[in-house]
Design a protein around this ligand. Structure first.
Ligand SMILES: *Cc1c(COP(=O)(O)O)cnc(C)c1O
Length: 404
C-alpha cells in the first residue's frame, strides 16, 4: 500500500542535500497548517508550540489576515517607496497609535529593524545630543539576540553566532543583563542608546529582575540616552500585553518590531518612535526596496487591528496562567526551572535527564513541535489562538517525555 511508504525520510534528505547547514531542523516536513496545528507530508498532525519564534502569534492562516493578503494580491503588490501607495498611511498611523508614538519606519526583517534603530540612534547622537564625530556608543546586554547581520553579531556574546565573522563593528559595550548598576556605569558622554530585549527570548525567555526595566528607563532619561526596546519576539501580544515593557509600565524611546507584525504571511518589521528621534532621517539616508510594500502593509494593518481589540493580549495573559500552572507542576519532575510570561515559557530541563534537543525530538514523536534554545533549555511559544485543551495536551505530553 502506498500509504505505508512514509514520505518524510526522503523529504528530510532532500531538504538537507540542497541547503547550507545553518539550521538543525527537527526531522519533520510540514505541508499544511491551520490555527495551532501543522500537518506533515504523511498526514500526521502536530501542535505548533513554537509559532515561528512568535511570527505566528495569530496562528496559521488567520482568516482575517489571509483575506487581506488575497485582496491585496489582486490589486497591488509592490511600488517601492519611490511612489506612495494607498495602504501606507493607514499602516503607519495605526501602528504608531498602537505604539503611542508619532512615527513609524517600516522595514522587512527584524535584523533590519535593529540596524535601523542603531543608525537612527547614532544620527540622533551626533545631531541632537552632540556626540563627537565617530564616537557614538550603544550599551547592549550579555546573552542578547538581535539578529544576524555583521554589525549585530559584532556585539553578540554567543560564540556560534559571532566567531569567524569579524572584523567586528565597533561602538558597542556589553554589560550583564539585569544589572542596573553595571548598565549605568557603562554610560558615558558618547552613549547614544541602550539596546535591550525586555525579555531575552533566544536566551531562554529570561525575565530581568523586577524594577530593572523602570531603572533602565530612569537612567536613560537622566543621562540623555535613548532606550531602544527590541520587542521583535516579545511584543505584539506574546507576553499577555501589547509589549513586554508594559508589564512594568515602561515606555521606551524606540520600539523595534518584527515577527508577528507580518501575520505569519510576509516579513514585516518596523521602528516606532517620536518625531524628535525618527525625524533625524532625511531622504536618501536610509531605506529599503521592499519595506512598507502594499502587501506587507495590507497584512500588517489587519495585525494591528487584531491587536487593537486587546483580545489576543487577554487570551495570552489568561491562557498563560494555565500554561504556568501546568509547567510549575513539572518542576522537580524533570524541570529545574520555568519562566513564564503570557504564552511564552522558558523551561530548563534537568541536564542529567536529557538535552533540549532530545526533549524536542521526543515531543515531536508525541505530536508537539517545539525547539530548544541552547543546552537543556527549551522555549514554548504557542500561537495565541491556542485553546485550554491544547495547552493541557502539550503539558501532558511534556510530562510524559520527562517521565521517560
Ligand atoms: C528574531 C529576532 C530578531 C531578528 O529578526 P529576523 O527577522 O530573524 O531578522 C531580532 N531580535 C529579536 C529579539 C528576535 O527574536
Amino acid at each position: 500500500m502506498v500509504d505505508d511508504i512514509l514520505r518524510t525520510p526522503g523529504a528530510v534528505r532532500d531538504a538537507e542535500r540542497w541547503t547550507a547547514h545553518n539550521y538543525h531542523p527537527l526531522p519533520v516536513v510540514i505541508s499544511s497548517a491551520d490555527g495551532a496545528w501543522l500537518t506533515d507530508v504523511d498526514g500526521r498532525r502536530y501542535l505548533d508550540f513554537l509559532a515561528g519564534y512568535s511570527a505566528l502569534n495569530f496562528g496559521h492562516r488567520h482568516p482575517q489576515l489571509i483575506a487581506a493578503a488575497h485582496a491585496q494580491l489582486d490589486r497591488l503588490t509592490l511600488t517601492s517607496r519611490a511612489f506612495i501607495h494607498d495602504q501606507f498611511a493607514d499602516f503607519c498611523r495605526e501602528l504608531a497609535e498602537l505604539c503611542g508614538k508619532d512615527l513609524v519606519l517600516p522595514m522587512n526583517t527584524g535584523a533590519e529593524a535593529v540596524e535601523t534603530g542603531i543608525k537612527v540612534a547614532r544620527k540622533w547622537g551626533y545631531q541632537v545630543k552632540g556626540v563627537a564625530a565617530g564616537q557614538a556608543n550603544i550599551v547592549v546586554a550579555e546573552g542578547n539576540f538581535h539578529g544576524r547581520t555583521t554589525t549585530i553579531v559584532s556585539f553578540s556574546t554567543d560564540e556560534d553566532a559571532r566567531a569567524d565573522f569579524g572584523p567586528y563593528t565597533p561602538g558597542f559595550t556589553v554589560v550583564p543583563y539585569g544589572d542596573l548598576d553595571a548598565l549605568a556605569a557603562a554610560i558615558d558622554e558618547n552613549t547614544v542608546a541602550v539596546l535591550l530585549e525586555p525579555i531575552q527570548g533566544e536566551q531562554g525567555v529570561v525575565v530581568p529582575p523586577e524594577g530593572y526595566l523602570p531603572g533602565v528607563r530612569r537612567v536613560c532619561t537622566e543621562r540623555d540616552v535613548l532606550f531602544i526596546a527590541d520587542e521583535i519576539q516579545s511584543g505584539l501580544g506574546r507576553t499577555g500585553a501589547t509589549f513586554a515593557c508594559d508589564h512594568e509600565g515602561v515606555v521606551p524611546d524606540m520600539y523595534l518590531l518584527g515577527k508577528a507584525l507580518g501575520g505569519g504571511i510576509v516579513p514585516v518589521s518596523a521602528v516606532a518612535a517620536n518625531a524628535d528621534v525618527l525625524g533625524v532621517l532625511k531622504p536618501g539616508q536610509h531605506g529599503s526596496t521592499f519595506g512598507g510594500n502594499p502587501l506587507a502593509c495590507a497584512v500588517a494593518i489587519e495585525v494591528v487591528r487584531l491587536l487593537a481589540t486587546g483580545e489576543f493580549q487577554r487570551r495570552s495573559a489568561e491562557l498563560g496562567e494555565r500554561l504556568r500552572a501546568g509547567l510549575e507542576g513539572l518542576v522537580g519532575k524533570g524541570l529545574v526551572e520555568v519562566r513564564v510570561r503570557g504564552l511564552w515559557a522558558g523551561l530548563d530541563i534537568d541536564p542529567a535527564l536529557m538535552s533540549g534537543r532530545e526533549a524536542c525530538e521526543r515531543l515531536m514523536e508525541r505530536g508537539v513541535l517545539v525547539k530548544d534554545t541552547h543546552g537543556s533549555t527549551i522555549r514554548l511559544a504557542p500561537p495565541l489562538v491556542v485553546t485550554e485543551e491544547e495547552i493541557d495536551l502539550a503539558v501532558a505530553q511534556l510530562a510524559a517525555v520527562l517521565a521517560g
